[in-house]
Write a protein that binds this ligand. Structure first.
Ligand SMILES: [Zn+2]
Length: 428
């Protein structure tokens, strides 16, 4: 995907906001339609049937008819794709889209270009005729600016921040926190491995975003103290302004702008760091984290309220501000097949010199002193070295109570018996 900031004129922006509204409406209709399905009922309508229904709906509703049919149909196409990928995408069932939050629509290119097979020969259909594919219409204006055709608004200008014009079949327009973006559906070219045989281990943490096994510590940029103070100031002003007043909207817009800045910095850092990793190392190993489980709320239920809910919420925010998931994902995109996950248990407690696993070795957040061999190291670096070696600890065998049952773990001492030989791994 290559994404650019778009700068539509006021008139274009209002037309595009209308497109967003139509796409959202059609998407939500599809979500609702599919939510009525239950076991034993006939399958919910597929894409073709939905398109037929859309034509009917456009016939009945003047508001819908005033919009662009392609934009509405592409919303259905997006829905179908999301529905088909619900078990693999990580997003689950397609969900309801909200105004001001999920503003966007997809545009399918209007240009026709000849399609080719992987070996370079022209793609032919069953009748032996050339297959023509779609392509978006993009034009370069000068070194910094280009423009793209958006239905109903003509040419929309966008800031060209990469070399070369994107070649794509479709693109998606989004409006978030007051900014328009155009994302072309392009699969990035994988970066070639340097072929040096270098392996790097990465330990992700809250204090140090990414500790590398070569001793480097990379930090994801956050908002400055001053910027955070400004956010609080505007939030306070918003809270004190009367409901629905202009002052309140303005204050919230300022908060959103600052938060957008934080997200932009994080994304930029993840892109640059993942490119660096893909270029410099043959194999990149991350410790396996389940960020979704790690950032689960501690709120509990009404009957059983959780403990330290605010503290956990703060920690969750800190975890999500590090962009752990994005870094892993983008590295995988740029270096397909060269990224590995190492099981996380004990990577931070295991001595990277002798393999001894002991809780007491971790003296503090930053300090690691092996109880067994006396090896001293920064705790994050120690963990990263373990990750690079592909070694966490081997999880303890579960104590089963026969027939698949489990006994609860009882009081366990951190002082363990000398470990069998598997703990020692060659670290040459
Ligand atoms: Zn040791």
């Amino acid at each position: 995907m290559s994404r650019f900031r778009a700068y539509p004129t006021g008139e274009q922006a209002s037309i595009m906001l209308n497109h967003c509204a139509h796409a959202r409406y059609v998407w939500n209709l599809a979500v609702e339609q599919h939510s009525h399905w239950y076991k034993g009922r006939k399958a919910a309508p597929g894409f073709a049937e939905q398109c037929r229904q859309l034509t009917e709906a456009r016939h009945d509703s003047e508001w819908l008819r005033a919009g662009n049919a392609d934009v509405q149909q592409q919303a259905l196409k997006d829905f179908t794709r999301a529905k088909n990928a619900r078990f693999t995408s990580g997003f689950g069932e397609p969900a309801w889209r909200k105004k001001y939050v999920h503003e966007g629509f997809r545009v399918i290119g209007t240009d026709r270009v000849a399609e080719f097979e992987a070996d370079g020969s022209p793609k032919l259909n069953a009748k032996g005729k050339q297959v023509m594919g779609r392509s978006v219409v993009v034009q370069k204006l000068n070194r910094r600016w280009a423009q793209v055709k958006v239905p109903g608004c003509g040419w929309v200008r966008f800031r060209l921040t990469r070399a070369g014009l994107p070649k794509a079949k479709t693109f998606r327009v989004t409006f978030r926190r007051g900014q328009w973006h155009i994302a072309f559906a392009v699969i990035p070219e994988p970066i070639d491995a340097p072929a040096t045989g270098d392996i790097i281990g990465i330990d992700r943490g809250v204090k140090i975003t990414a500790a590398l096994s070569d001793g480097r510590r990379l930090n994801c940029p956050q908002l400055t103290v001053r910027e955070r103070a400004q956010i609080r100031k505007h939030q306070r002003r918003a809270a004190r302004a009367p409901k629905g007043s202009e002052a309140r909207t303005a204050a919230y817009a300022k908060v959103a702008k600052l938060k957008a800045r934080e997200a932009d910095r994080r994304k930029d850092w993840c892109e640059k760091t993942s490119t660096m990793l893909a270029r410099t190392y043959d194999l990149v190993r991350f410790e396996k984290l389940n960020i979704k489980n790690m950032t689960a709320s501690a709120k509990g239920t009404v009957e059983q309220p959780g403990k330290k809910v605010r503290q956990k919420a703060g920690l969750n925010r800190a975890i999500l501000a590090q962009g752990w998931g994005l870094l892993r994902q983008r590295t995988e995109h740029k270096a397909p097949g060269r990224v590995e996950d190492v099981p996380a248990p004990y990577t931070s407690l295991r001595c990277s010199a002798c393999g001894w696993i002991e809780k007491n070795s971790r003296k503090s957040q930053a300090e690691f002193v092996c109880v067994s061999c006396g090896f001293t190291c920064n705790a994050d670096e120690n963990a990263a070295t373990n990750v690079a070696a592909g070694q966490g600890g081997i999880p303890r065998p579960r104590r089963s109570a026969g027939a698949g049952g489990m006994t609860a773990a009882t009081g366990r001492s951190s002082v363990r018996e000398p470990q069998p030989t598997w703990v020692g791994i060659p670290l040459s």
